[in-house]
Each structure stands twice: as C-alpha cells, then as structure tokens.
Design a binder for this molecule. Structure first.
Ligand code: UDP
Length: 290
C-alpha cells in the first residue's frame, strides 16, 4: 500500500478511508516517521477573505511550508505535488490563460500575499526538481466548488447559495462583468490524480473552461434556488481579476483529462448539499467575519 502525506484539504476534499491525522503547522519543521511515497501539499488559505485576514500565515505556508515539505520529500525520496493556483496569473492580460503565460501580479496588493507565495512555491519546487532531481508536480487549480465547502468560505458560490437560503439579496461585487470558470470538485480530483501518476514536471492547469460573468452566475443561482431575492451591487475588491478561464490543452494532451461535470449538474449536487444544512449552521456561518 502506498503511503501519502496530504497537508491541508481536511474539510472540503477529505473523504479518506485509511488515514492518520496530525495537527501540525507545516511552516515549522515537519517530521513523519517511516517511508513516504507521495506528498500532496494543499495546506493554505485559498479564499480571498481568508488570506486577507491571515496574510503572514498565507505567505509562510506557501514558502516555508513548501520548503519544509520539499526537504521531507527529498529525505524520503517521495514524489511531491504542490497545489498552485490560477492566481499565479494575477489579473491576466492573456485570455484564456495558458501555462506559458507569466502573469500579471501586483506583489504589494492585498492578493499579493497569496499570489506571490504560490509563485515562490512553484519556483522552489522547480528548483528541487532541477537541482536535486526530486520527482515534483505542479497543478494550477482554477475556481473549484462542490459539496462540503464551508458556507461561510467567502467565495462566490457558497456566498450566493447561503444568501439565497437565508432569504438575503445576492451581493455581486463590482458591476458583475468579471468572469470566472467553475470546476466541479470530482473533475479536479481526477485531474490531480492523473497528474500525480504522470511523469510531467511543468505546471498544468486544471479547471473547467466554461466561462461565465459573475452577474450571469448570480442569475443562475437565483433560478436554481428559486429565491425571490434580487442582486445588490457592492464594491469590487482591490485587484479582483477581470477575467479567468483555463486553457486546458496541456491537461488534455498530457493527462488525457477534461472536465465531465457541467455547471448545471455540479450546481444541483452542491445546492442539494447546502440545502441539507441545519438552520443553526446556516446562520452561524453568516457571522464568521462580521
Ligand atoms: N464575488 C461576488 N460576490 C461575493 C463573493 C465574490 O461578486 O459575495 C466575486 C468576486 O469579486 C470575484 C468572483 O466573485 O470577482 C469570484 O470570487 P471568489 O472569492 O469566489 O474567488 P476568486 O476567483 O476571486 O479568487
């Protein structure tokens, strides 16, 4: 049986049968007894409201945490996969985003703490591959959703569904013309799994190319939930990317992967999950950052 160390991802992704849980901060030295076959480094805040709230920890987990885990991977001769992000492209001036686009990131803007940590993470991972011959993989994850996301996560899908379930208006930031492309979680996991088993070391975009404006997305959630509420407009967060869509040619060619779950299907499954939450969970979640 293969032994895998997974950092983070305990809530949304975690559905493992055989596992041991360690409560540990990976930006400190990481000790794991025995052999290891794979390390999957997912630990990091990933929602903008989270990394705005804990910017230093976000920088540390992406930089120091990655360094510690690369050291561990080297000591164990394990394969290391890092979770990078579409945020390495920043507010992209190339559309859709291909892996060979270098990005447009503001290093000192509020999102810089996440974007630059992830860019450093890619750089140090590639250096361990080149200089130590470590077997490394880099997945650039685009917006992903599915059951078990936190309702108070802050990201747009749980925000809109939570608002609809509580009978509140849906908050669109800016004029809603910015675009995103939402990937259902099962598709993402399949893509990551294929990358892990591949012998490819350059970054690979995993995401669903079906692009939509945030206004249209709000309308879709209104139709899905049947809410009588309307859309209200709030200020656009600083440096909020205007457009985002993965070019998945590389994943198609190298991994034989493409997403299978349509947004309509994925949203229905996700809504059914959120609908099943208790009233307490529905309201508790609302106050997390208030
Ligand atoms: N957004 C919104 N209303 C919300 C939450 C987010 O209009 O209540 C917008 C946000 O400004 C961004 C998009 O939805 O343009 C996706 O935001 P999210 O936080 O999900 O992730 P991002 O893709 O920005 O990392």
């Amino acid at each position: 049986m293969k032994k895998v160390l997974i950092t983070g991802a305990a809530g949304f992704l975690g559905e493992l049968e055989y596992f041991e849980f360690y409560h540990h901060d990976v930006s400190k030295f990481v000790h794991v007894p025995g052999h290891l076959d794979y390390i999957l480094h997912f630990a990091s805040p990933a929602s903008p409201i989270d990394y705005l709230k804990i910017p230093i920890q976000t920088l540390k987990v992406g930089s120091l945490g990655t360094h510690n885990l690369l050291g561990l991977a080297k000591a164990k001769n394990a394969c290391m996969l890092i979770a990078s992000t579409s945020e390495v492209y920043g507010d992209p001036q190339v559309h859709p985003q291909q892996e060979d686009y270098w990005g447009n990131v503001n290093p000192v803007g509020p999102r810089g703490v996440y974007d630059e940590a992830k860019r450093f993470q890619e750089a140090i991972t590639m250096a361990y591959h080149t200089f130590h011959g470590l077997d490394t993989k880099i997945v650039r994850i685009f917006n992903t959703y599915g059951p078990r996301m936190r309702l108070n996560d802050g990201r747009v899908l749980p925000a809109f569904i939570g608002q609809a379930l509580r009978g509140e208006d849906l908050t669109v930031f800016g004029d809603g013309s910015q675009t995103r492309s939402f990937c259902y979680v099962d598709d993402l996991v399949e893509g990551i799994y294929r990358l892990l088993l591949s012998d490819y070391h350059q970054p690979v975009n995993i995401g669903n190319p079906s692009e939509i404006t945030i206004s249209q997305f709000a309308e879709e959630i209104i139709r899905l939930t049947g809410t009588k509420q309307k859309v209200v407009y709030k200020n656009l967060p600083v440096d909020d990317p205007k457009q985002r869509q993965p070019d998945i040619t590389r994943a198609q060619e190298i991994l034989g992967w493409e997403p299978k779950v349509s947004r309509e299907e994925g949203l229905k499954i996700t809504y059914d999950y959120f609908r099943g939450l208790s009233q307490e969970e529905l309201y508790k979640s609302k106050h997390r950052f208030e």
